[in-house]
Design a protein around this ligand. Structure first.
Ligand code: 13P
Length: 281
Protein backbone atom coordinates (compact mmCIF):
# COMPACT_ATOMS: atom_id res chain seq x y z
CA UNK A 1 0.00 0.00 0.00
CA UNK A 2 1.46 3.37 -1.01
CA UNK A 3 1.81 6.47 1.17
CA UNK A 4 -0.05 9.47 -0.24
CA UNK A 5 1.12 12.30 1.98
CA UNK A 6 0.34 15.25 -0.34
CA UNK A 7 -3.21 14.32 -1.09
CA UNK A 8 -4.83 16.02 1.90
CA UNK A 9 -2.81 19.21 1.56
CA UNK A 10 -3.99 19.52 -2.04
CA UNK A 11 -7.60 18.94 -0.96
CA UNK A 12 -7.31 21.64 1.72
CA UNK A 13 -5.81 24.14 -0.72
CA UNK A 14 -8.41 23.46 -3.40
CA UNK A 15 -11.41 23.16 -1.05
CA UNK A 16 -12.64 19.67 -1.65
CA UNK A 17 -12.69 16.59 0.58
CA UNK A 18 -11.66 13.01 0.06
CA UNK A 19 -14.33 10.47 0.96
CA UNK A 20 -13.66 7.81 3.57
CA UNK A 21 -15.98 4.83 3.21
CA UNK A 22 -15.93 2.02 5.74
CA UNK A 23 -15.65 -1.49 4.35
CA UNK A 24 -17.11 -4.65 5.83
CA UNK A 25 -16.21 -7.38 3.37
CA UNK A 26 -14.88 -8.15 -0.09
CA UNK A 27 -17.98 -6.92 -1.87
CA UNK A 28 -18.03 -3.52 -0.17
CA UNK A 29 -14.36 -2.98 -0.94
CA UNK A 30 -14.93 -4.00 -4.57
CA UNK A 31 -18.03 -1.83 -5.09
CA UNK A 32 -16.42 1.23 -3.50
CA UNK A 33 -13.19 0.84 -5.46
CA UNK A 34 -15.08 0.38 -8.73
CA UNK A 35 -17.26 3.44 -8.18
CA UNK A 36 -14.37 5.64 -7.05
CA UNK A 37 -12.36 4.51 -10.06
CA UNK A 38 -15.31 5.28 -12.37
CA UNK A 39 -15.36 8.81 -10.92
CA UNK A 40 -11.58 9.12 -10.63
CA UNK A 41 -11.89 10.03 -6.96
CA UNK A 42 -9.19 9.22 -4.40
CA UNK A 43 -10.57 7.22 -1.50
CA UNK A 44 -9.89 6.16 2.05
CA UNK A 45 -11.08 2.60 2.70
CA UNK A 46 -11.83 2.71 6.42
CA UNK A 47 -11.56 -0.46 8.49
CA UNK A 48 -12.70 -0.53 12.11
CA UNK A 49 -11.30 -3.03 14.61
CA UNK A 50 -14.69 -4.78 14.56
CA UNK A 51 -14.57 -5.10 10.77
CA UNK A 52 -10.97 -6.33 11.02
CA UNK A 53 -12.03 -9.11 13.35
CA UNK A 54 -14.99 -9.91 11.11
CA UNK A 55 -12.84 -10.20 7.97
CA UNK A 56 -10.17 -12.31 9.66
CA UNK A 57 -7.35 -9.86 10.42
CA UNK A 58 -5.09 -7.13 9.06
CA UNK A 59 -3.18 -9.41 6.66
CA UNK A 60 -6.40 -10.67 5.07
CA UNK A 61 -7.52 -7.09 4.46
CA UNK A 62 -4.21 -5.89 3.03
CA UNK A 63 -4.07 -8.93 0.72
CA UNK A 64 -7.68 -8.45 -0.34
CA UNK A 65 -7.37 -4.72 -1.06
CA UNK A 66 -4.03 -5.07 -2.86
CA UNK A 67 -5.50 -7.91 -4.91
CA UNK A 68 -8.55 -5.87 -5.87
CA UNK A 69 -6.40 -2.88 -6.84
CA UNK A 70 -4.32 -5.10 -9.11
CA UNK A 71 -7.01 -7.31 -10.63
CA UNK A 72 -9.53 -4.49 -11.18
CA UNK A 73 -6.84 -2.17 -12.59
CA UNK A 74 -7.57 0.52 -10.01
CA UNK A 75 -5.47 3.61 -10.76
CA UNK A 76 -6.83 6.13 -8.24
CA UNK A 77 -4.99 6.74 -4.94
CA UNK A 78 -6.36 4.28 -2.35
CA UNK A 79 -5.54 4.81 1.31
CA UNK A 80 -6.20 1.69 3.36
CA UNK A 81 -7.04 3.26 6.70
CA UNK A 82 -7.39 1.85 10.21
CA UNK A 83 -10.43 3.60 11.69
CA UNK A 84 -10.77 4.42 15.43
CA UNK A 85 -8.06 2.13 16.77
CA UNK A 86 -8.23 2.68 20.51
CA UNK A 87 -4.98 0.91 21.38
CA UNK A 88 -1.38 1.16 20.28
CA UNK A 89 -0.85 -2.55 19.64
CA UNK A 90 -3.48 -2.72 16.90
CA UNK A 91 -2.02 0.36 15.20
CA UNK A 92 1.39 -1.31 15.12
CA UNK A 93 -0.05 -4.60 13.85
CA UNK A 94 -1.99 -2.86 11.08
CA UNK A 95 1.12 -0.92 10.08
CA UNK A 96 3.25 -4.07 10.02
CA UNK A 97 0.62 -5.73 7.82
CA UNK A 98 0.80 -2.84 5.32
CA UNK A 99 -1.82 -0.23 6.31
CA UNK A 100 -0.45 3.19 5.36
CA UNK A 101 -3.11 5.33 7.01
CA UNK A 102 -3.87 4.90 10.69
CA UNK A 103 -6.19 6.55 13.18
CA UNK A 104 -5.15 6.26 16.79
CA UNK A 105 -8.25 7.23 18.72
CA UNK A 106 -7.19 7.79 22.31
CA UNK A 107 -9.89 10.41 22.81
CA UNK A 108 -11.40 8.44 25.69
CA UNK A 109 -8.24 9.10 27.75
CA UNK A 110 -6.95 12.33 29.27
CA UNK A 111 -5.37 14.81 26.86
CA UNK A 112 -1.92 13.95 28.24
CA UNK A 113 -2.47 10.22 27.66
CA UNK A 114 -3.96 10.92 24.23
CA UNK A 115 -0.82 12.91 23.33
CA UNK A 116 1.52 10.19 24.62
CA UNK A 117 -0.32 7.39 22.77
CA UNK A 118 -0.53 9.38 19.55
CA UNK A 119 3.21 10.13 19.72
CA UNK A 120 4.05 6.48 20.15
CA UNK A 121 1.93 5.51 17.15
CA UNK A 122 3.33 8.22 14.87
CA UNK A 123 6.91 7.28 15.83
CA UNK A 124 6.35 3.60 15.07
CA UNK A 125 4.16 4.05 11.98
CA UNK A 126 6.50 6.59 10.38
CA UNK A 127 5.54 5.74 6.80
CA UNK A 128 1.81 6.11 7.40
CA UNK A 129 -0.63 9.00 7.47
CA UNK A 130 -1.65 9.47 11.10
CA UNK A 131 -5.09 10.65 12.20
CA UNK A 132 -6.03 11.43 15.80
CA UNK A 133 -9.11 12.73 17.65
CA UNK A 134 -9.72 15.00 20.61
CA UNK A 135 -13.00 15.63 22.33
CA UNK A 136 -15.61 12.94 21.82
CA UNK A 137 -17.63 12.24 18.70
CA UNK A 138 -21.00 10.99 19.84
CA UNK A 139 -22.82 7.85 18.81
CA UNK A 140 -22.29 4.13 19.03
CA UNK A 141 -18.49 4.29 18.99
CA UNK A 142 -17.22 1.30 21.02
CA UNK A 143 -20.50 1.32 22.97
CA UNK A 144 -19.00 4.04 25.11
CA UNK A 145 -21.25 7.03 25.56
CA UNK A 146 -23.55 8.87 23.24
CA UNK A 147 -22.47 12.20 24.74
CA UNK A 148 -20.76 14.66 22.41
CA UNK A 149 -17.81 16.52 23.85
CA UNK A 150 -16.80 19.51 21.75
CA UNK A 151 -13.06 20.04 21.36
CA UNK A 152 -11.83 23.45 22.49
CA UNK A 153 -9.24 25.61 20.73
CA UNK A 154 -7.03 25.24 23.83
CA UNK A 155 -7.20 21.43 23.68
CA UNK A 156 -6.37 21.57 19.98
CA UNK A 157 -3.38 23.80 20.68
CA UNK A 158 -2.08 21.53 23.41
CA UNK A 159 -2.62 18.44 21.28
CA UNK A 160 -1.24 19.68 17.96
CA UNK A 161 1.77 21.43 19.50
CA UNK A 162 2.80 18.17 21.13
CA UNK A 163 2.11 15.62 18.40
CA UNK A 164 3.00 15.16 14.75
CA UNK A 165 -0.06 14.03 12.85
CA UNK A 166 -1.29 14.36 9.26
CA UNK A 167 -5.01 14.77 9.87
CA UNK A 168 -6.96 15.90 12.86
CA UNK A 169 -10.47 14.95 13.92
CA UNK A 170 -11.64 17.47 16.53
CA UNK A 171 -15.07 16.49 17.87
CA UNK A 172 -17.32 19.39 16.90
CA UNK A 173 -20.80 17.97 17.17
CA UNK A 174 -20.90 15.17 14.61
CA UNK A 175 -22.29 11.78 15.56
CA UNK A 176 -21.71 8.26 14.30
CA UNK A 177 -24.87 6.56 13.10
CA UNK A 178 -28.26 8.21 12.79
CA UNK A 179 -28.67 11.80 14.04
CA UNK A 180 -31.37 12.38 16.61
CA UNK A 181 -32.72 15.85 15.95
CA UNK A 182 -30.91 18.57 14.03
CA UNK A 183 -27.12 18.17 13.83
CA UNK A 184 -25.27 20.91 15.74
CA UNK A 185 -21.86 21.20 14.09
CA UNK A 186 -19.70 23.99 15.46
CA UNK A 187 -18.31 25.29 12.14
CA UNK A 188 -17.18 28.51 13.82
CA UNK A 189 -14.75 26.57 16.01
CA UNK A 190 -13.84 24.41 13.03
CA UNK A 191 -12.82 27.58 11.23
CA UNK A 192 -10.80 28.80 14.23
CA UNK A 193 -8.94 25.49 14.49
CA UNK A 194 -8.36 25.28 10.75
CA UNK A 195 -7.05 28.81 10.46
CA UNK A 196 -4.86 28.56 13.56
CA UNK A 197 -3.26 25.26 12.51
CA UNK A 198 -2.43 24.36 8.97
CA UNK A 199 -3.66 20.81 9.36
CA UNK A 200 -6.24 18.93 7.27
CA UNK A 201 -9.36 18.32 9.36
CA UNK A 202 -11.46 15.15 9.36
CA UNK A 203 -15.22 15.03 9.84
CA UNK A 204 -16.57 11.80 11.29
CA UNK A 205 -20.23 10.84 11.17
CA UNK A 206 -20.84 12.12 7.64
CA UNK A 207 -24.01 10.03 7.19
CA UNK A 208 -27.21 11.97 7.65
CA UNK A 209 -25.63 15.41 7.34
CA UNK A 210 -27.21 17.54 4.61
CA UNK A 211 -24.98 18.46 1.68
CA UNK A 212 -25.07 22.14 2.76
CA UNK A 213 -23.40 21.25 6.09
CA UNK A 214 -20.88 18.94 4.43
CA UNK A 215 -19.93 21.75 2.03
CA UNK A 216 -19.72 24.30 4.83
CA UNK A 217 -17.34 21.97 6.71
CA UNK A 218 -15.16 21.68 3.59
CA UNK A 219 -15.03 25.49 3.36
CA UNK A 220 -13.86 25.47 6.99
CA UNK A 221 -10.89 23.16 6.54
CA UNK A 222 -12.32 19.64 6.39
CA UNK A 223 -10.49 17.48 3.81
CA UNK A 224 -11.66 13.97 4.70
CA UNK A 225 -15.23 12.98 5.51
CA UNK A 226 -16.16 9.57 6.88
CA UNK A 227 -19.27 7.69 5.78
CA UNK A 228 -20.50 4.33 6.94
CA UNK A 229 -24.14 4.21 8.09
CA UNK A 230 -25.68 5.67 4.92
CA UNK A 231 -24.04 2.95 2.79
CA UNK A 232 -25.27 0.29 5.18
CA UNK A 233 -28.82 1.63 5.08
CA UNK A 234 -28.88 1.74 1.27
CA UNK A 235 -27.40 -1.75 0.88
CA UNK A 236 -29.68 -3.18 3.54
CA UNK A 237 -32.85 -1.86 1.94
CA UNK A 238 -32.05 -3.24 -1.50
CA UNK A 239 -31.03 -6.64 -0.18
CA UNK A 240 -34.18 -6.90 1.95
CA UNK A 241 -36.36 -5.96 -1.04
CA UNK A 242 -34.56 -8.51 -3.20
CA UNK A 243 -34.97 -11.33 -0.70
CA UNK A 244 -38.62 -10.45 -0.18
CA UNK A 245 -39.33 -10.47 -3.91
CA UNK A 246 -37.10 -13.44 -4.81
CA UNK A 247 -37.86 -15.95 -2.13
CA UNK A 248 -36.54 -18.90 -4.20
CA UNK A 249 -33.06 -17.42 -4.74
CA UNK A 250 -30.41 -18.86 -2.43
CA UNK A 251 -27.16 -18.02 -4.27
CA UNK A 252 -25.29 -15.72 -1.83
CA UNK A 253 -23.62 -13.87 -4.71
CA UNK A 254 -27.04 -12.81 -6.00
CA UNK A 255 -28.30 -11.85 -2.56
CA UNK A 256 -25.24 -9.84 -1.51
CA UNK A 257 -24.91 -8.09 -4.87
CA UNK A 258 -28.55 -7.02 -4.78
CA UNK A 259 -27.20 -4.09 -2.76
CA UNK A 260 -24.44 -3.19 -5.23
CA UNK A 261 -26.17 -0.50 -7.24
CA UNK A 262 -27.70 1.32 -4.28
CA UNK A 263 -24.37 1.31 -2.45
CA UNK A 264 -22.60 2.63 -5.55
CA UNK A 265 -25.25 5.35 -5.89
CA UNK A 266 -24.42 6.59 -2.38
CA UNK A 267 -20.70 6.55 -3.15
CA UNK A 268 -21.21 8.57 -6.34
CA UNK A 269 -23.49 11.03 -4.57
CA UNK A 270 -20.91 11.70 -1.85
CA UNK A 271 -18.09 12.07 -4.38
CA UNK A 272 -20.15 14.75 -6.09
CA UNK A 273 -20.96 16.58 -2.85
CA UNK A 274 -17.35 16.44 -1.65
CA UNK A 275 -15.98 17.61 -5.01
CA UNK A 276 -13.44 14.78 -5.26
CA UNK A 277 -14.42 13.67 -8.78
CA UNK A 278 -11.42 13.70 -11.13
CA UNK A 279 -9.06 14.55 -8.24
CA UNK A 280 -7.50 11.10 -8.31
CA UNK A 281 -5.98 11.24 -11.78
P1 13P B 1 -21.31 7.36 9.97
O1 13P B 1 -21.58 5.90 10.14
O2 13P B 1 -22.20 8.20 10.81
O3 13P B 1 -21.32 7.77 8.54
O4 13P B 1 -19.83 7.64 10.52
C1 13P B 1 -18.76 6.96 9.95
C2 13P B 1 -17.48 7.32 10.61
O5 13P B 1 -17.31 8.42 11.09
C3 13P B 1 -16.42 6.30 10.63
O6 13P B 1 -15.28 6.73 11.28
Amino acid sequence: MKLYRDILIKAKQEHYAIPHFNINNLEWAKYILEECEANKSPVFLGVSLGATKYMGGFDVIVGMVNGLIKDLNITIPVMLHLDHASNIEDCKKAYDAGFRSIMIDASRYSLEENIAMTKEVSTYCKDALIEAETGHIGGSEDNLTSEIYYTTLEDSKEFLNNTKIDMYAPALGSVHGIYKGTPQINTQRMHEISSTFDIPLVLHGGSGLPSSILKECIQNGVCKINFNTELQLAWNKSVRDFIYNNIAVYDPRKIISAGEQSLKKEVKNYIEILGSKNKGL
